[in-house]
Design a protein around this ligand. Sequence first.
Ligand SMILES: *[C@@H]1O[C@H](CO)[C@@H](O)[C@H](O)[C@H]1NC(C)=O
Length: 469
Amino acid sequence: MAARSDAAAHGSLFWLCTVCFLFVCVNTLEQATYIYSRMDLFDIGMSCRSDITADFHRTNNIPEDIARPPGSPWIVFGPVKQRRRRRERKQKRGCHAGLLARLRKRPHRPPLPSLFLANARSIVHKMEELEVLLAANTNVRDCCVMIITESWLHSRIPDAAVQLPGRSTHRYDRNSASGKSRGGGLCVYIHNDWCMDSRVTHTHCSPYLEVMSIMCRPFYLPRELTGVIINTVYIPPDANASIALDHLQSLINKQQRSHPDGVHIVAGDFNHACLKNVLPKFVQYVRCTTRGKNTLDRVYSNLKHAYRAVPLPHLGLSDHLSLLLIPAYTPLRSKTKPVVKYIRTWPEGALSLLQDCFEHTVWDIFEQSNLEEHTEAVLSYIKFCTDTVTVEKRIRVYPNQKPWMTTAVRSLLNSRDTAFRSGDAAQYSMARANLRRGIKAAKEDYKGKVEVNLAHNKHVETLKANSAR
Ligand SMILES: *[C@@H]1O[C@H](CO)[C@@H](O)[C@H](O)[C@H]1NC(C)=O
């Protein structure tokens, strides 16, 4: 009874302190003169909490799992739950979630470039509008690549008239090869914070097609991708689509052969042409209509789930909607967990140790009449010896790791970093050269291995074919 009243007193104290946050309270039962601090009261409350609830449940004949019966005299705590903190949560929720939030967090380090695509119908007359848009819309301002079709630029308009601050400009004006005197033209702005190394690799102008290809090597790109190739396209409405698509197909096939691990983006005003007819593996991302009831401006890429297209208001009095393409690609490193593997390494001198061990073994003790048992005993003994001289190591293999990245390359990389930190210029330059040579050799090695494997497969196949005959 005394214990219960004691507990009840503590409980009421705790209730008071948690609800009212009283700083000082006097315990009348035991020590009338003792003044408790706030922390003391919290400590008492926390230590008595389970006693109080258990006591309450026992006296009232209530099962433990009912947290708070109506009219209960105390705050009855359920089992203590650890709340997961937000920063531990990998999947963001609410306004922190979504592709746009992800892009805003790292506007110039997205997995793929964010794109702005618009059919301007004379960019010179829309420069003010464009600047206002850049000032007002954060997503457009931080956009990595801005693609303008129908720029209507010609040689008498200087570059300075169409430049935007902080961006490099690539323009390709319509020329006489198009058979028309004006209109058309392509213009691409690349944000300098995303990429400083961009160059035009191909241009083509004909009555059927205008295209400009730009190769970008941005500061950041997921390791599994080697570069970004952006093809901007304008197909006039009166063009013969099959001729235009033929040209595009051969161009993109060539690019894919030379950059098999690159991102190939094809964006622009396609009018009536459909790139999927010639390149079925490419994915189109624009779902909304961009002019009247038609989707004329389209963006294709060789990656699945690469973008999500969001419509933006028209640029000036242009009759095409503008588009913002938000990258939706998840890099391989975040998509797949690293694999843990156990490997055996042979430390220095392990081989001679093993030889010694075998030399001093009396092999006769394995002698048995059953040959199978004999073999098994010997083999398990050999395995045991090998296990004792070698060392097991736990390694993690990352999904985006290059297959030629060997221990040798890694140690060269480490020594390069050590040399860099030491500040010794001569040593550093030597380490850098060594690393370059090491990487080259490792790649060469890997190539050799793959070739041997292929040759072996071929050999096996011919053997199989011969035996089948
Ligand atoms: C487009 O060009 C191809 C090949 O030159 C031709 O066979 C086809 O008839 C043309 N289509 C139109 C609509 O002119």
